[in-house]
Design a binder for this molecule. Sequence first.
Ligand code: ADP
Ligand code: MG
Length: 481
Amino acid sequence: MTYPPSQSDADREALLTDAIDWAQAHGLLVRPSQDKVADFANHSLVTHAPFTLYPTPFPRAEFEKAKGLQQPWNTLIHKLSEDDALISEVMESLSEVDDFMQKLYDIYLKVKEEGVAQKASLGIHRCDYLLHAEPGADAKTARIQQVEFNTIASSFGSLSTWTSKLHRYLLQASERYAGGLINIDQLPENRSIQAIAGGIASAWKLYGNPNARVMMVVQPGERNAFDQRWIEYELLESHGIRLLRRTLEEIEDSGKLDAKSKTLTIEGHEIAVAYFRSGYAPTDFPSHKEWAARLKVERSLSIKCPTVAYQIVGAKKVQQLLSVPGRLERYVDVYTAELLRESFTGLYPFDSSPQGQQAYKLALQSPERFVMKPQREGGGNNIYGDDIVEALNKLSNEERTAFILMELIRSPPLENLMVREGKLIEGEVASELGIYGIYLNDGDKASVNEIGGHLLRTKAHATKEGGVAAGFAVIDSPLLV
Ligand code: ADP
Ligand code: MG
């Protein structure tokens, strides 16, 4: 059986048109890159978000397993964020070698010193997994392995909801689409928009001022604005909550922190929830102004998504530490620890410990087995293969500790058709599954702990990186098999 189903060129062209029109009619959109927009004013030129024409097969049991891990992860991330000793341990190894992490830590320390104004915290996380099968083994033996967990600006929830619906539409609208190969109940419902907006709404209610607003902290010139807008529209339409979009620079210019009450107001509007879709990369902080804005928000009474503590424990260094035997058991029972660990692949430090020395040797000997990662988010930062050797030869012992080493997860190749800027790209692909986690803690206990839908991102199998915004991957939905 071939998948995706083979078709005449004419049928495929017709499907492509159906899919693009549906995407554009439903807001499955992004802004094109700067060089294409010259003739259009006010950012009015849009294109469909890149997507797959077909859902990509994914083992149902592994999909359910990933979902089952999400609530334990939500709880674990919160516990990590409360572990002051862990945060100082992590920063001890990073502060000299990672200026960005150090600046976040400075904010953490400053707010700790003056006393945290807001006990509650909101998490909108995403745990990402790739399927792994040993080279040569049957694809049926593939199991999920965790790539990373994201605690800030986990994106594509909205566009993912629409891509799931796009594939359902194509299946229902035309029998030529799947020719009986896909059954509707193999396409799981995906309510990420509702889940993310619902989490923000819960935090807004907890804050307790019916006149207050939500602030989405955005990057100037965001191309992925529609993914964000759907959350804003859902908040207004289903919860009656208003949202402001502001850049860090604007927050510094017009945000006022009341010295006594610690309320944050922007142009007269009190901010109940600060939801960050910016502030995860050094490029989001071109000057001291943006850092001042980040500190201002952190010091305020607004409920942060994420707090600086959540952001720090989302570092890849923490992921590596959690894989050290016994570490997980500090936060969860042995049963849960075992369950979470099943999805871990080899993770190593690059420090002066015997394990770190061993990792250094291994990486030089067999670089093709590994990926080397700095403490960065947003895609395009990792080092693979021979570049690892080159990088290690350039770095001092100390500089090396800013990275972790991770074993490569080897996804069995599948076939699908990707659509980017209206053009079909055919070939072998690999998919990365993300599960959203929605978590609200009021300072004493969790008042929300939910699975927030899913995301499947698919890239050409030969491409190593995986981000959609970074231009490597397209948005997909799982076909459960
Ligand atoms: P970022 O924070 O930049 O998203 P990730 O850890 O998610 O960093 O890595 C980016 C991409 O690199 C992933 O989406 C995935 O495609 C690829 N990748 C990362 N880690 C591994 C791994 N261990 N094995 C195979 N591919 C990986
Ligand atoms: Mg990632």
